[in-house]
Design a protein around this ligand. Structure first.
Ligand code: CTP
Ligand code: MG
Length: 495
């Protein structure tokens, strides 16, 4: 079953229909606001009807507070009061969250049987009345203005069968499989997933940590390992005094391990090294790995790391010119032979440089600059590297396609890769704990949305959707990776 997430989820169902059970299976405890539970907080117990007024006052305040923060909220009451339903829908609207009604349409006899088993059963006529009202409501709920209405009925095997009464129509909500246990095996996504390491919390044994992370990436089924090329840790990842090792040396260590991983940078700024040195480093890596190197390359963007290392930081136009000429130089030095090279921007008296790469090293042009970077990618790249946000990506691909057409090339010549920076948890609870740990001062709902916080399986399904947009490779910089065990837990990304 897929429901939008985050969302305001209003449960509807008679006593004993399984509302609380369903909520607990699919959502974190803190996401569920239950009138029964609050009766137990402000009254003598969940069945203390004298505490109803206080319990519902509290419930409304909790719902308003959570929804106001954009947090998923599951309202666990009978759901039979139309005014309350309208208020929760309005709160969802105001917060820009999809409003979802979930009807637990468990047959009457089953509800009665479960009710009879309880410590404090609801009186039979009360339950009958509830069942009648739920049935009537099921027919009219579709007209109430929900973004999504889901009918949950138990089948004979005890498994859930759900039917959608209102198709999902809230573009701002992500559709996610709520509750992983209902998911079955899926077809392969068709994308290659390369793990990008951007933080190096390696403690007292940097080499050992790096080996462990690379071996775990191989074991978890990643296609490759990418490292950033920065001289100072970038603020998007960590503080400036955290280690960020030189990439070619780092990849040299990984090259010495027994793995099948493709290895490369994402991305090397052309401003750091003369192009010939970058060509030499990548060719050496390709040779030592038997043809597993790739080269991500870009114009460079962070002035601070250049200044602090005594490296010039020319204007954007000059850096983009340098990107073009660097690609030319690198390709000339990778091609077979030693002859002189005389190209559009570069002339070399000879191209003697050994070892030559053992395979065609994919040259991935990073960046989404629409006028020049994507034009350079279209004309000179083997691949581009873009944002994994589907809306941004769709737009950038339109621009890329225009440049490709102008250059007389096609997507067959230039593969589409994306950089994805998700929060991945073992389950919903763990994903949320990571959001809390990693979000800094960004509001949790915004951070969770930006990082698509969820399980590996949910990300994998998202990658399948990216594949449909034409993405061949996802570079995944999973946030907060600490240890090889964290990497092994990502295996499902590669299913
Ligand atoms: N139950 C079950 N099988 C299900 C769902 C629920 O056997 N698929 C059982 C639960 O273990 C519980 C009883 O049915 O003992 C009632 O389920 P519950 O989720 O508590 O139902 P609610 O709809 O939340 O009931 P109430 O309105 O009284 O809160
Ligand atoms: Mg309940």
């Amino acid at each position: 079953m897929t429901l939008p997430d985050p969302a305001v989820v209003v449960l509807v169902g008679a006593g004993g229909s399984g509302k609380s059970t369903w909520a607990a299976q699919h959502y974190r405890r803190a996401e569920i606001v239950s009138s029964d539970e609050l009766r137990g907080v402000v009254g003598s117990g969940p069945a203390d009807l004298d505490a109803s007024t206080d319990a519902f006052d509290l419930l409304e305040r909790i719902v308003a507070a959570r929804v106001g923060r954009g947090l998923t909220t599951v309202v666990d009451t009978l759901g039979l009061d139309p005014e309350r339903r309208e208020r929760w829908r309005a709160a969802a609207r105001a917060a820009g969250l999809p409003a979802v009604a979930v009807v637990l349409a468990t047959p009457g006899p089953e509800c009665r049987r479960r009710n009879a088993d309880r410590d404090r059963p609801v009186p039979a006529p009360v339950l009958t009345d509830q069942l009648r009202r739920v049935t009537a409501l099921t027919a009219s709920l579709a007209d109430e203005g929900w973004d999504h209405v889901e009918l949950v009925t138990p089948d004979e095997g005890g498994d859930e069968d759900t039917r959608r009464l209102v198709p999902h129509r809230s573009p701002e909500g992500r559709n996610v499989a709520v509750g992983d246990h209902t998911a079955t095996s899926r077809p392969p996504t068709g994308v290659r997933v390369v793990l990008q390491l951007s933080r190096f919390p390696w403690g007292e044994d940097p080499g050992g940590w790096l080996r462990g992370m690379a071996l775990a990436a191989d074991e978890a089924g990643f296609s490759g390992l990418a490292v950033m090329d920065h001289l100072v840790q970038i603020p998007q990842v960590d503080s400036a005094w955290q280690p960020i090792p030189e990439p070619w040396v780092t990849l040299g260590l990984v090259a010495g391990l027994d793995t099948r991983l493709a290895l490369g940078t994402l991305v090397t700024p052309v401003s750091f090294r003369p192009a010939g040195i970058t060509a030499k480093a990548a060719a050496t890596l390709d040779t030592l790995t038997g043809g597993r190197a790739f080269l991500g390359i870009g114009a460079g963007w962070w002035e601070r790391e250049h200044r602090g290392h005594g490296i010039g930081f020319p204007s954007a136009r000059e850096r983009l010119d340098l990107l073009e000429s660097s690609i030319e130089t690198i390709r000339a030095l990778w091609a077979a032979g030693t002859k002189a090279y005389d190209g559009a921007r570069v002339s070399l008296p000879e191209t003697t440089s050994y070892p030559r790469p053992v395979h065609d090293i994919p040259l991935i042009v990073g960046g989404g600059g629409e006028r020049r970077t994507l034009d350079i990618a279209a004309r000179l790249g083997d691949a581009c590297n873009l944002s994994s946000d589907p809306e941004v990506l769709t737009h950038k691909l339109r621009v890329l396609d225009r440049h490709l057409a102008a250059a007389g090339r096609t997507r067959a010549d230039v593969a589409v890769t994306v950089l994805d920076l998700p929060v991945v948890g073992r389950d919903r609870e763990d994903a949320w704990a990571r959001v809390e740990r990693l979000r800094g001062r960004t509001p949790a709902a915004a951070f969770a949305r930006r990082t698509n916080a969820g399980t590996a399986r949910q990300h994998r399904d998202r990658y399948a959707e990216l594949a449909e947009l034409g993405v061949s490779t996802v570079f995944v910089g999973v946030r907060g990776l600490e240890s090889p065990d964290d990497v092994l837990a990502l295996a499902e990304l590669n299913g």
